[in-house]
Design a binder for this molecule. Structure first.
Ligand code: NAD
Length: 295
């Protein structure tokens, strides 16, 4: 059976590194990193994510502040707010929690954040740099997957990787990191990467995933990856977070995209949900926040 990769343990490792990095920076006379967050509306999940991020940031020696705006906020007001944060010297990182209400363009908002303060890595300049293998702010979920693979010692060079999901914030940047050249400015994984998505027929997904040395699922579909789709000895990284009702108890619980019990019998490595990519994503987010000044 598979070795369970603890995202919580790896996240603690990252936290320690960020914390000592900040201590050293401050000791050398650099400003303490400050994260400014904008949170629109009252979606409980968004509030929970923001609380987690700012709490972690302060626990590791940064300062942070959150500005709340109602669902009805105008795009112009939001852009003005971002502009003032861009200009404030004390603010090293700006984070606008997504999703935003329908009447606001997320692209316009992401592009309004100064690229050098863009802790999410969603600004068009950071996306462009990522695609060109240049040093940049990398979206936290993608660097979470990358660090999990690196720190577990899973080989990627010349390996077959399947990334399930092609979203611009998750699937695409994961594929970008893994397929690119390890000798470039921002080193990649040198893997042979196949990207699958909602139009990939299930039988074809199975054919491709059975050849994969690493399967990374970021589709948001429970039980999408089953044991019959996994090669013996593969590494399976589950990015998906799905709220499902337990059939016997009726309780709501969190599951990933991977049929965990079945797949763990065949895989060599597997990440659990919760406790896998989730905590590592928060850790890589604070990593971005803490290390902005050095970019
Ligand atoms: P999204 O809805 O934007 O994208 C989902 C992607 O999956 C799309 O590209 C779609 O084409 C693809 N897809 C849908 N059904 C598929 C199928 N049957 N086969 C193959 N591909 C299929 O979602 P997202 O923002 O990319 O997030 C993906 C999942 O990861 C969600 O469950 C989300 O909650 C989770 N997530 C987790 C973390 C974390 O920290 N662990 C962070 C971000 C997102």
């Amino acid at each position: 059976t598979a070795t369970l990769i603890s995202g919580r343990e790896l996240a603690r490792q990252i936290h320690r590194e960020v914390q000592s990095e900040i201590l050293e920076m401050v000791a050398q006379g650099y400003r303490r990193p400050h994260l400014s967050v904008i949170l629109v509306g009252n979606d409980p999940a968004s509030h929970c994510y923001v609380r987690n991020k700012t709490r972690t940031a302060t626990a590791l020696g940064m300062s942070s502040s959150t500005v709340f705006r109602p669902e009805s906020v105008s795009q112009d007001e939001l852009l003005d707010l971002i502009d003032s944060m861009n200009r404030e010297r004390r603010v090293s990182g700006v984070l606008v929690q997504l999703p935003l209400p329908e009447h606001i363009s997320e692209r316009a908002v992401c592009n309004a954040v100064a690229p050098e303060k863009d802790v999410d890595g969603f600004h068009i300049v950071n996306v462009g740099k990522l695609s060109l293998d240049q040093r940049c702010m990398i979206p936290a979920t993608a660097s979470a997957v990358w660090e999990i693979i690196r720190r577990t010692g899973i080989e990627t060079v010349g390996k077959n990787v399947v990334v399930v999901g092609r979203s611009k914030n998750v699937g695409m940047p994961i594929a970008m990191l893994l397929h690119s050249d390890r000798r470039h400015e921002r080193p990649g994984g040198d893997a042979t990467v196949t990207i699958t998505h909602r139009c990939t027929p299930r039988p074809q997904l199975k054919e491709i995933s059975r050849l994969a040395d690493i399967i990374i699922s970021a589709a948001g579909v429970p039980h999408l990856i089953t044991a019959d789709m996994v090669k013996e000895g593969a590494a399976v990284i589950d990015v998906g977070i799905n709220r499902v009702q337990n059939t016997t108890s009726g309780e709501l619980c969190l599951v990933g995209d991977v049929d965990f019990e079945g797949v763990r019998e065949k895989a060599a490595f597997i990440t659990p949900v919760p406790g896998g990519v989730g905590p590592m994503t928060i850790a890589m987010h604070v990593w971005n926040e803490g290390l902005l000044e050095q970019l």
